[in-house]
Design a protein around this ligand. Structure first.
Ligand code: FAD
Length: 410
């Protein structure tokens, strides 16, 4: 099957690496070329703001598979090379001076850390994003005990970086323009939990700053906040979100909608071009969504591989059904999230009294998401219920005496 066919994947990250593996597992025997702008073998990003930044993991630990794997599978790697153009009529992509032919092309281009604008001091020296290995290589020399770091952004990456810098002995301040940390992704009760966790470790959390303007004399020296506060900083970590890498798709005239537009089966507006991972926007419930998580990158990439093979064999494509999950590590708290809390109206708190805490989100009577802090059982039960389209009686959930397993039998 597909012996003479050529598949080119743009982006050698989590989605790209999963896709090439799945293609071979499915018996695709044609040419596979994985093109990556970074000079590294495909690697996992989550440890960059956790174990890797802490110094508990080396480069080998980050790498998803050794080079031998790709050689053995007959997968051509072109690393340290960005695809600069797609010619959809000729079905070629340009990589440096080279042109690669494709029968099917997959865009798995991920995204870049959103930068602070110049009028917010974003062009000063001493501001560090966390997206890739090179970012950590640049950041690492800054992390010296006793120095003052200012973290801008109160999402997962900002909070994880705050925990690591705190553990490494820095004086940490974290500032968010909006009224609370984790505002985009979690209920106030989860924000409260993590604010207290960080404050208990001595991190200064400043919420409701209104605006954040970094100041300095060429190099950042601090920040002036919209609420009138001024902060000093030796350097800044910027964690204000991700901007999906859509430039290549846009240039090729593909449809864009908060990411590279795909239909339910992960096909872009060109039937020979597919998209997966952080860069892809796809139908979800009544609207569209773009997810930024390892789970999504893996599951979506697998569906793309299966659908390409199905197309080559003249079979129907299948729809990608997202089952969102996520995790974050901060200090000794393992934070696991199942489902998406979009549109929730009620949050039930379950506190075991022994450190395991979970927050259960409902939209009407429907359970839509669970935040579990050091509570793997709540996460596991919540995830199964949500994925099975089931709900859980809020009174039973709230009662710490309820054995959560019984919820699955109802
Ligand atoms: P990426 O892994 O970003 O890979 C895309 C690749 O495409 C990049 O290497 C890029 O250089 C390359 N590329 C882009 N354009 C081109 C081009 N024109 N030519 C060639 N190559 C190109 N998710 C979780 O679920 N849990 C976590 O705890 C978690 N923690 C995270 C911590 C950090 C610090 C970061 C940065 C992310 C974290 N994530 C986490 C998110 C997760 O890592 C991403 O969702 C996932 O990596 C997405 O995979 P991807 O393949 O879509 O994109």
């Amino acid at each position: 099957m597909g012996e003479a066919k050529r598949i080119v994947i743009v982006g050698a990250g989590q989605a790209g690496a999963t896709l090439v593996q799945r293609l071979r597992e499915l018996g695709f025997g044609g040419q596979i070329t994985l093109v990556g702008a970074e000079p590294y073998l495909p690697y996992q990003r989550p440890p960059l703001s956790k174990a890797y930044l802490l110094g508990d993991m080396d480069l080998d630990g980050l790498t998803l598979r050794p080079r031998d794997y790709y050689d053995a599978q007959g997968i051509t790697l072109k690393l340290g090379n960005a695809v600069s153009a797609i010619d959809r009529d000729a079905k070629t992509v340009t990589v440096g001076q080279e042109r690669l032919d494709y029968d099917h092309l997959v865009l798995a281009t991920g995204g870049g850390a959103t930068a602070l604008p110049a009028d917010a001091g974003g062009e000063l020296e001493g501001i560090f994003p966390i997206r890739g290995i090179d970012d950590i290589n640049r950041l690492e020399p800054q992390i010296v005990a006793g120095r003052k770091v200012l973290i801008v952004g109160g999402g997962y990456i900002g909070l994880e970086a705050a925990a690591v810098c705190n553990k490494r002995g820095l004086d940490v301040s974290l500032v968010v323009a909006s009224e609370r940390i984790l505002r985009r992704v979690a209920a106030p009760v989860t924000s409260d939990y993590f604010r207290k966790l960080h404050q208990d470790h001595g991190v200064r959390i400043i919420e409701g700053a209104g605006s954040v303007k970094l100041v300095g004399d060429g190099r950042v020296r601090g920040a002036e906040l919209g609420n009138g506060l001024s902060l000093e900083a030796d350097f800044v970590i910027c964690g204000i979100g991700l901007t999906p890498s859509i430039g290549l798709a846009e240039l090729a005239g593909l449809e864009i909608d908060n990411g590279i537009w795909t239909d339910a089966c992960c096909t872009t507006s060109d039937p020979c071009i597919w998209a997966a991972g952080d860069c892809a926007s796809f139908p979800y419930e009544e609207g569209r969504i773009r997810l930024e998580s390892v789970g999504n990158a893996i599951d979506q990439a697998k569906v793309v591989a299966e659908n390409i093979v199905a197309t080559l064999e003249g079979r129907d494509r299948k729809a990608y059904v997202a089952k969102p999950w996520f995790w974050s590590d901060q200090y000794d708290v393992k934070f696991q999230i199942a489902g998406l809390n979009k549109g929730y109206d009620t949050v039930i708190v379950r506190d075991s009294g022994t450190g395991a805490v979970s927050h259960w989100y409902y939209r009407g009577e429907r359970l839509v998401a669970v935040d579990a802090m050091n509570d793997p059982r709540a996460y596991m039960v919540g995830k199964r219920l949500i994925e099975g389209g089931k709900t859980a009686d809020p009174d039973l959930v709230a009662d710490p005496a309820t054995d959560l397993k019984i919820l699955m039998k109802r």
